[in-house]
Design a protein around this ligand. Structure first.
Ligand SMILES: Cc1cc2nc3c(=O)[nH]c(=O)nc-3n(C[C@H](O)[C@H](O)[C@H](O)COP(=O)(O)OP(=O)(O)OC[C@H]3O[C@@H](n4cnc5c(N)ncnc54)[C@H](O)[C@@H]3O)c2cc1C
Length: 296
């Protein structure tokens, strides 16, 4: 196995163009497991750890530009205000050691349906900037996941940056596992309120072949909140609206039975998490009242 160690982004793109089968390695918390278990024996490893640009982040007016190798620890410690959903999701990843190494670029590279960053990215609204020597392109997060552990990257492309909308309202992340730490999600749910556009976005993890949004649940809730004037009057969301939202979130799942849980349990748990995260975020929205006009 040859080890390629580019010192810059340009060198990394050139190396990937020359060796399209080279496997990029960032934190290595997925790649090294696969190599150690002999699931993968790549001819080339492309070490991205000297590429500084991938470790930087920047918060602009509307978006955060997150370098692919920014770690979960950095997100938790430095981006909690801008990206609360992703910070909460980062908290649930493995252990401090893994969070110090692993990051969102690696989670996207692996594209496991159980990856914790995905529901938060779907709910916040993100775009993945990928690049090759041929040029760069932006992939909306909804189009990034193409199958079980498959993504939209071409063989010569690398993930450069994830552009994520800064939170304009409360966000939550909920995960079901067999214990509180060092656990891959049985299923997970991310929810973000976007008061500026009066919309709600969701993300479901580990309950379909790819991470998905519960689009019908979102559409139902957006219409119900608008119709009832909830964004303005800040009233408590009625149990019947919350239940319908939860039922539609469950219906958006397409899970399997596996060692971590049954399909039936996952559907049920996603509904519960949808209702809970809606309750938590809405309570926060009501209590901060920042954007409520004429609240009773
Ligand atoms: C003990 C343990 C517990 C874990 N628990 C969790 C958990 O709770 N939740 C969770 O979501 N994950 C978990 N993981 C998996 C892993 O930590 C995450 O998926 C992490 O985000 C991977 O990031 P990384 O930088 O280490 O990726 P790497 O292992 O370096 O790479 C992962 C994949 O992404 C590709 N890649 C990396 N960077 C780029 C790039 N810039 N461009 C293109 N491709 C790239 C690699 O080629 C590889 O295919 C766990 C892993 C371990 C070992």
């Amino acid at each position: 196995m040859d080890f390629l160690r580019p010192a810059s982004w340009e060198e990394a793109l050139a190396a990937k163009a020359e060796h399209p089968t080279a496997v990029p390695i960032a934190g290595g918390t997925d790649v090294m497991v696969e190599i150690n278990f002999d699931h993968r024996r790549p001819e080339y490893l492309l070490d991205l750890n000297r590429v500084e640009l991938l470790r930087d982040w920047e918060a602009g007016e509307e978006n955060v530009r997150l370098g692919a190798s920014v770690t979960y620890t950095q997100i938790m410690e430095q981006l909690r205000a801008e990206l609360p959903g992703l910070a909460l999701a980062s908290h649930t990843v493995a252990s401090p050691q893994i969070r110090n190494r692993g990051g969102v670029g690696g989670n996207l590279g692996t594209a496991s349906p159980a990856g914790d960053a995905h529901p938060a990215l779907l709910a916040a609204g993100a775009e993945v900037e990928v690049e090759s020597v041929r040029g760069s392109r932006f992939i909306p997060i909804d189009e990034f996941y193409t199958g079980v552990k498959r993504n939209a990257l071409q063989p010569d492309e690398l993930i450069k940056t994830v552009h994520i909308k800064k939170a304009d309202g409360p966000q939550q992340y909920s995960k079901v596992g067999t214990r509180n730490a060092m656990v891959i999600a049985v299923c997970a749910f991310g929810l973000a309120l976007h008061p500026e556009t009066r919309t709600v976005r969701t993300g479901i993890g580990s309950a379909a072949p790819t991470p998905v949004r519960a689009k019908e649940a979102e559409e139902f809730l957006n219409a119900a909140l608008e119709e009832g004037g909830f964004w303005d009057n800040g009233k408590i969301i009625t149990p019947s609206i919350a239940k319908q939202f939860a039922d539609l979130a469950s219906a958006a799942c397409n899970p399997i039975d596996d060692v971590r849980g049954t399909a039936r349990y996952r559907r049920h748990a996603v509904g519960i998490m949808a209702r809970r995260t809606l309750g938590w975020t809405w309570e926060q929205y009501r209590s901060t009242g920042a954007t409520l006009e004429g609240a009773a």
